[in-house]
Write a protein that binds this ligand. Sequence first.
Ligand SMILES: [Zn+2]
Length: 353
Amino acid sequence: MSTKTTGWNSPTSSVQVALALDIGGTTLKGAAIDTAGRTLITRTLPTGPPGEGVLHRALAILETLKTESVKRSLHPVGIGVGTPGVVNSTTGTVEYASSLGWTTMPVASRLTAQLALPVLISHDARAAGLAEAHLLPPGPGHNSVFVAIGTGVGAALITDGTVMTGATHSAGGLGHTPVIPGGETCTCGQRGCLEAYFSGAGLVRRYRSQGGDPTMTAADLASGLAGDVGARIWCEGIHALALALTTITLLTDPGTIIIGGGLSDAGDNLLHPLEQTMSSLLAWRRPPALQRSFLGVRAGQLGAAILGFRAAGFPNSGIRWSPDSVTDGSPLALGGNTSPQPIPDLREHHGRS
Ligand SMILES: [Zn+2]
């Protein structure tokens, strides 16, 4: 992974922050986050149309965060970015991201040139998994799997404290793991992929193809509101997910599997049958602990903050997070002002959000 130090000066403030950016399909979510994981300043913009403009808007967010941080006597030390696509963290380049319209986009070097801070980028699911794992006790956190289940399925494999990236930067492609031999065709062209059976899009597609009510959503299926057909589709989806996670369990021996993404809102309707099915599939060992994402939609941004501190050369031990601190809504007393100040929310709404 690259650690660019161009323009990185010695800290001049006791409160050091990373500038974190989570690039999503509809929203760019930026924040200044301190070493305790507390979010001090936020700024969001719509992602907007694909292409070069996405990077311009990302730059605008980070420039504002840097300026506002300095105004509050915070010291920005590095920038971390989580983004969809095929992400080469070593070169800081997004090799390909169809949703952003990017091919060979040198994100890290462009941001460093403009903002004079070291930059580290990663795939969004890997960034989110990094943040979730950071909150686990050292044992399970060092060997865990984070699975983001939304419209599609992505994963981060954390082994001995390191997130696997793979030879072609594509590790964690759990959604396109074939789990049903000769099964239904996936959008990727393969057959029987997990995503075709258990993802927001896959569940709804299968439900409707079998005569289900077209007004029902994946959340309705998860809540048991979609009748017998919905219950069966949900059950078959859970079985597909259990097959994929059983394979991962036997390959990587994680201490914990963390389920995130929109479908994790199903809570026990997902976790209980998943645990039961995995137990029945594993003959001679217990499944690892299954737990719902703690950070939810904030995981990607907090993971980007860890990347920002790592870009600045901080060791993991220098990033002291706890479940309490990352959810701490009380602001720091900044710049010698001891009276509480509201956390600035610099959101702007340009059209869709
Ligand atoms: Zn597929």
